[in-house]
Ligand binder design. Sequence first.
Ligand code: NAD
Ligand code: TDX
Length: 341
Amino acid sequence: MKLLVTGGAGFIGSAFIRLVLRERAAWSVVNVDTLTYAGNLENLAEVETNSRYQFVKADITDGKAIQEVLSNGLDAIVHFAAESHVDRSIQDSHPFIATNVLGTQILLDAARARKVPRFLHISTDEVYGSLGETGHFTEDSPLQPNSPYAATKAAADLLVRAAFVTHKMGALITRSSNNYGPYQFPEKLIPLMITNAMDDQPLPVYGKGENVRDWTYVDDNARGILTVLEKGKDGEVYNIGAGEERRNLEICEIILKELGKSRSLLRFVTDRPGHDWRYALKSDKVRALGWSPALDLPRGLHQTVEWYKAQRTWWERVKSGEYKNYYEQAYGRRLQAARAR
Ligand code: NAD
Ligand code: TDX
């Protein structure tokens, strides 16, 4: 199986690539990523010289570059590339519209032209909008996105659906809940709170910290995505959620306890505009394909805190922006050396 992964230098895409190269010995992966602030090739250091892995620096909104990448024949595309942070979309929605909407259509067009048999689009539970204290989203719940980020992800989902219906493309979608785990960019709740707490910096909790998210360990999502890629039905949507609902404040308190830090680091700050109250997913469809999460939240969060404790160099470089040098310097040199061998 020859896979094209977009956005593979990000948090979830890199976990997926590491999983595939580890567990599917006959598969190869081409990773197309433009390396935005969130793209970090250090996340893929363990596979960078693997002969079944290739990195191509390209923007998915660049139709010509994408057509070129697709010219070598592919069995499937797994499309992770996106602007993914809600707060940034509130500041400026334009990069979200370019990558998440236009970029997705450019990929769909190129995949259709090259007759790529399978197109797996990675989406999010945020397209369903917000829940009150009870109830769950199913794959049939209406799309009611509330943030500019979620609106662009919903638009992309509808373009993928249209490609399936109109052009009979082999397209399908996963919608996962909030992911957490190693290599997550420390602007998202869990890695931000862990790294701030480690440095005795304040933990900025939006509002009263009562909003609820359903947390899935990133490797469990990666396994869910692989399950859907191998066993999912074209035209279908698959929710992927571990069902680990927690209030944000509870997450912060667990992190403080894990690190032996004081609650006095908590700061209740101005709420996010349009802040979705609660997400919760029913994931019966993907479970029927044989998937179930391996890690519960207490063990997953413990493992994540331990990873950030051990990987201070990684996150300090990410927080300072210095990790960008990795592509230009260390990665280029190491790849050249590997090719020369
Ligand atoms: P991320 O922000 O960590 O990574 C995104 C990657 O896409 C980066 O490597 C970036 O360089 C790349 N990228 C961005 N714009 C690009 C472009 N125009 N061309 C090529 N590459 C580009 O994101 P993530 O958290 O790994 O999320 C991956 C996908 O999963 C996204 O589609 C996101 O919407 C979805 N998702 C994320 C979560 C979560 O909790 N993180 C939950 C559900 C769904
Ligand atoms: O500093 C913070 N303080 C805070 O209270 C941050 C960054 C977040 N929060 C709250 C907002 C949310 O209720 O924590 C919760 C989680 O926030 P994020 O980590 O920004 O995630 P969320 O907005 O829920 O979106 C995430 O899940 C769905 C991902 O970023 C998306 O890419 C994914 O689609």
